[in-house]
Design a protein around this ligand. Structure first.
Ligand code: BEZ
Ligand code: FE
Length: 629
């Protein structure tokens, strides 16, 4: 049973590309007319606001020093300002909040980094070298304008460390004692967005989609930061920044995986969510690897911290208690700091050797590939396989067992048995490839996996033929139309049909059957139509007497496919469609062994007056120029 309190903060959020142009409307919306612009990059905003911008203050500084705030405050008074608009990273937003704390003025924040402070009611100010934080709902910006275009200029290195800083908000939110289902969902989505967008941003800093993904991630992570309390990671970063002068977002990037490794055993559900968001199994190692892959700084040593400072940093971080999933002890924090100082890869054993160099060497070996696509696919495959080995701490015995499994899979393959296809099918890979191709042409009939039982060149038969040739079973009549994307009939389409018998076997599986049965080639007539007779297909187990069957049993899965008819439709000028029709109400529709069932392919097979089951279906096929492969 869950029980929680959720203290959400309400800001108006305007998100998109080019949204800065809406600033004048947003100022008017809060009834203001005399804006003070804060931040070093406020020129365009000043142009957009025209006479609404009565003053600009550009000299923002890190950690919001009060002397800077005082100077800006003079401008507020001098110009009778009624609205603060901050543009930039955490320093600009911080100044806006510091001024709001002193004047009660409404703020509009236009963040250009992923720091997320625009979503929090907290400001940290420094006076005489001492940092104090205050939190007050009145400090929350009234409106936040996220303009993806403004982030295009964020340098790659800062994008990476700022993104990892935002990921730290999401990570610590997931194991915060105040977390709730909304925070969990925001955090997990934020992590997934950064994990997929940051690598793209490193490659192509101008990629608007990736930038949009990251900025939305920053917003979500900012909500987490503003809603629940943070733990050891934020405390350590605060100490390292405040007392040792380490740079803010870089420190977050270095420390995060090490704190995660420390907390992992005490926060298994949070780690599971993080790993899922990153498509990995070991969350701390995955965050470490992501940071390394993005070229983020790797150690506190690299950030200039002296090893001699570690004991004092540990003492400062443990001076006062605060919530954290694992008890914060001096030894514990010391070990976190030491591994972060060395920058080693965190792992379950804590002592796993770093194989990044090895991965990089193998990837570099593909640089000479004649085809860039070959190089890309092999490089990514090797990265993921090395990551798999490392994340799971794979033993030699396990790898040997995997090789043995694949060897047996290959040895079982023959002209009539394709165990590798079966493996791809049962792991959902065939359906994943199929779904990707399919999503490129959503207006056509969905495709479905080919399966191993197609035989090229089935016997051509005229319309109305009984494909069952007298085999026992429930009689079936199928009426099929082939149309193009405009619904116009496609005549002379070649339609191959194949299916199982009433016991769930295909002809090629039955040694006693001579020649092809329950498979045929038909052609559509001038109306795009064809029809045939047969028997109702039944559910059947995929071949499970080999390694794939062993895998299914070892994981408690059944081998059954839901009842279906296979179709392969080819017509000149059209993209070939390979698909299946599933019998509505049939068994295993929800647990098909090869993940092949799609909602749009489940069709009614109603009974006619004489008991014959019938099916009518119109296939929409795409013209060849729609083929993007
Ligand atoms: C089939 O439907 O024929 C099939 C598809 C994938 C694996 C095994 C059988
Ligand atoms: Fe089948």
């Amino acid at each position: 049973m869950e029980s929680f309190e959720h203290n959400g903060h309400a800001s108006r959020v305007v998100f998109g590309a080019g949204t800065l142009s809406r600033l004048p409307d947003e100022v008017a919306r809060i009834g203001a007319a005399r804006v003070l612009l804060l931040g070093g990059r406020s020129e365009r905003a000043a142009g957009l606001l025209g006479p609404l911008a009565v003053a600009r203050f550009e000299q923002v500084a890190m950690h919001t020093p009060v002397e800077v705030t005082t100077r800006a405050l003079d401008l507020v008074r001098e110009h009778d300002v009624d609205c603060l608009v901050s543009i930039g990273g955490g320093s600009s937003t911080g100044l806006g909040k510091a001024l709001a704390a002193r004047t009660g003025l409404p703020q509009i924040a236009v963040p250009t980094t992923y720091a997320g402070s625009e979503m929090t009611p907290v400001v940290g100010e420094t006076a005489d070298g001492k940092k104090t934080t205050r939190s007050d709902p009145a400090l929350l910006p009234r409106t936040v304008v996220y303009d993806v275009e403004l982030t295009l200029g964020l340098p790659v290195r800062l994008s990476v460390t700022s993104g990892l800083n935002a990921m730290a908000h999401a990570v610590e939110a997931l194991y915060s004692p105040q977390a709730d289902p909304a925070v969990d969902a925001f955090a997990q989505d934020a992590l997934a967005r950064f994990a997929r967008s940051l690598p793209v941003i490193v490659e192509r800093p101008d990629d608007l989609d990736a930038r949009s993904d990251a900025l939305a991630g920053a917003w979500l992570a900012g909500i987490c930061l503003g809603t629940v309390g943070m733990g050891l990671h934020h405390k350590l970063c605060h100490v390292l920044g405040g007392s040792f002068g380490l740079p803010h977002s870089e420190t977050h990037a270095v420390v995060l995986p090490h704190v995660m490794a420390y907390n992992a055993a005490a926060a298994p559900e949070a780690m599971r969510r993080i790993a899922a968001a990153l498509g990995a199994t070991d969350a701390p190692a995955a965050v470490h690897d992501l940071a390394a892959r993005l070229g983020a700084p790797g150690s506190l040593e690299a950030l200039g911290l002296s090893a001699a400072d570690l004991p004092r940093a540990a003492a400062l971080a443990t001076a006062q208690p605060y919530p954290n999933p694992r008890e914060v002890t001096a030894e514990g924090v010391s070990s976190v700091l030491q591994s972060a100082w060395r920058g080693e890869r965190p792992g379950a054993s804590g002592r796993r050797p770093d194989i990044t160099w090895l991965t990089d060497e193998v990837v570099a070996s593909f640089a000479g590939a004649a085809s860039p696509r070959t190089a890309q696919l092999l490089s990514d495959l090797v990265r993921r396989l090395h990551g798999f080995v490392a994340d799971n701490d794979l033993t030699e015995h396990e790898w040997q067992a995997a090789i043995d499994f694949l060897t047996r899979t290959g040895q079982l393959c023959s002209p009539t048995r394709q165990e590798f296809v079966l493996l791809s099918d049962t792991l959902g890979i065939s359906s994943a490839v199929d779904l990707l191709s399919n999503s490129r042409s959503p207006e056509t009939t969905p495709s479905a996996v080919l399966g191993p039982f197609y035989v090229d060149g089935p016997p051509s038969v005229p319309a109305g033929t009984d494909l069952a040739e007298g085999l026992p079973g429930v009689p079936l009549r199928a009426d099929v139309w082939i149309v193009d994307l405009d619904g116009q009939p496609v005549p002379d389409a070649v339609v191959d049909v194949w299916q199982s018998n009433q016991d769930g076997f295909y002809d090629v599986q039955l040694p006693d059957i001579e020649g092809p049965v329950l498979r045929a080639r038909l052609r559509s007539d001038t109306d795009g139509r064809l029809w045939f007779r047969s028997i109702l297909p039944s559910e059947y187990p995929i071949p499970d007497d080999g390694p794939v069957g062993q895998m299914l049993r070892a994981t408690g899965r059944h081998p059954y496919r839901a009842p279906h008819l296979h179709f392969m439709i080819s017509a000149p000028g059209f993209r070939r469609l390979i698909t299946q029709l599933f019998v509505a109400g049939g068994p295993y529709l929800d647990s098909d062994a090869v993940f092949g069932v799609k909602e749009d392919l489940i069709v009614e097979f109603p009974a006619a007056a004489d008991g014959t089951r019938t099916v009518e279906f119109t296939f929409r096929i795409a013209p060849l120029e729609d083929h993007h492969d």
